[in-house]
Ligand binder design. Structure first.
Ligand SMILES: Nc1ncnc2c1ncn2[C@@H]1O[C@H](COP(=O)(O)OP(=O)(O)O)[C@@H](O)[C@H]1O
Ligand SMILES: [Mg+2]
Length: 285
């Protein structure tokens, strides 16, 4: 579905990604992990058209993504969420999701949100679909509340519902559980799993290894701009290069957080890597 070949990206003299080869087949939940600054978000920015690669190719369903505008890439069936939350705080949850649908709406978002006459059937369909997507992340009962009133964790879920509103085939999630408490993390994990079972392919970046290990069928590890491991959660977990990459980092790194993530029904434990890091509301560590 997604194929990256010999992809590299430099900013000035700084090589951020080097010779990335990565294939994401259709179906399932794929993870991309790696220490802070490894290049994970940069990779998403290239895939979604925000950055152009310095060299190499990126293709989605056989079509090149290089040089395409972000909205065109969305139309091809790729949607993403961001590491830093981007919701419209002064709009309701329902409106936030409907905004994400605009490419499917004949009359445009303005008509849907503000019109009194016309467009009724389409308006109803859009609202029903938005409510359905909100229910997938457990937010349908708050559909008419302002996004600003939501907890940080719920705003992240709202972003996910909005990304789904573009009806993507591949959903890219950049640190979806950053800043969430352990209850929210477990909930979101189940919701992402259910979304994948509905037929969406998911590629998620995560800092919290436990979260990735329990959820993903395959995990790629990025370190200093290179893929150093790619395989089943078990093979990656036991890979000495991966352990080294995580252990070799100090204060600003992951895997040490006050509250361990409780995922009783999911595999994955890293006793040798310590407990996960603290993050503030912005997901900063
Ligand atoms: N637009 C940019 N200009 C210059 N450097 C950048 C830019 N975007 C990212 N970088 C650098 O690329 C490296 C990787 O960043 P990023 O992809 O955000 O890492 P990750 O998401 O894995 O934490 C960092 O050193 C970062 O400072
Ligand atoms: Mg990042």
């Amino acid at each position: 579905m997604l194929e990256l070949k010999q992809l590299s990206k430099s900013f000035g003299g700084l090589k951020v990604l080097e010779s990335i080869d990565l294939v994401i087949p259709q179906g399932g939940i794929h993870g991309l992990i790696g220490p802070n600054g490894a290049g994970k978000t940069t990779l998403f920015n290239i895939i979604t058209g925000l950055y152009t690669p310095t060299t190499g190719t990126a293709a989605f369903d056989g079509e090149s993504l290089v040089g395409k505008r972000p909205h065109r890439i969305t139309q091809l069936g790729l949607a993403r969420t961001f590491q830093n939350i981007r919701v419209f705080k002064e709009m309701t949850l329902l409106e936030n999701v409907v905004v994400g649908m605009h490419r499917h709406l004949h009359y445009g978002v303005g008509g849907l949100l503000f019109s009194s006459g016309g467009f009724r059937a389409e308006e109803r369909r859009a609202r029903d679909r938005a409510l359905e997507l909100l229910s997938w992340v457990g937010l349908d009962r708050q559909a008419d509340e302002l996004a600003d009133n939501l907890s940080y964790g719920s705003q992240r879920k709202l972003e996910l519902a909005r990304a789904l509103a573009t009806e993507p085939k591949l959903l890219l999630l950049d640190e979806p559980v950053a800043g969430m408490n352990s209850v929210e993390k477990t909930e979101l994990m189940r919701e992402i799993d259910a979304i994948a079972h509905r037929g969406y392919t998911v590629l998620l970046i995560e800092h919290d290894m436990r979260f990735v290990m329990g959820l993903c069928s395959r995990v790629g590890v990025l370190n200093f701009g290179r893929i150093i491991a790619d395989g089943s959660p078990d093979s990656v977990r036991n890979d000495p290069r991966v352990i080294e990459a995580y252990l070799g980092r100090d204060e600003d790194d992951d895997l040490t957080q006050e509250q361990p993530v409780h995922l009783p029904d999911l595999s994955g434990d890293f006793p040798e890597l310590g407990s996960p890091t603290t993050m503030d509301r912005e997901g900063r560590r």
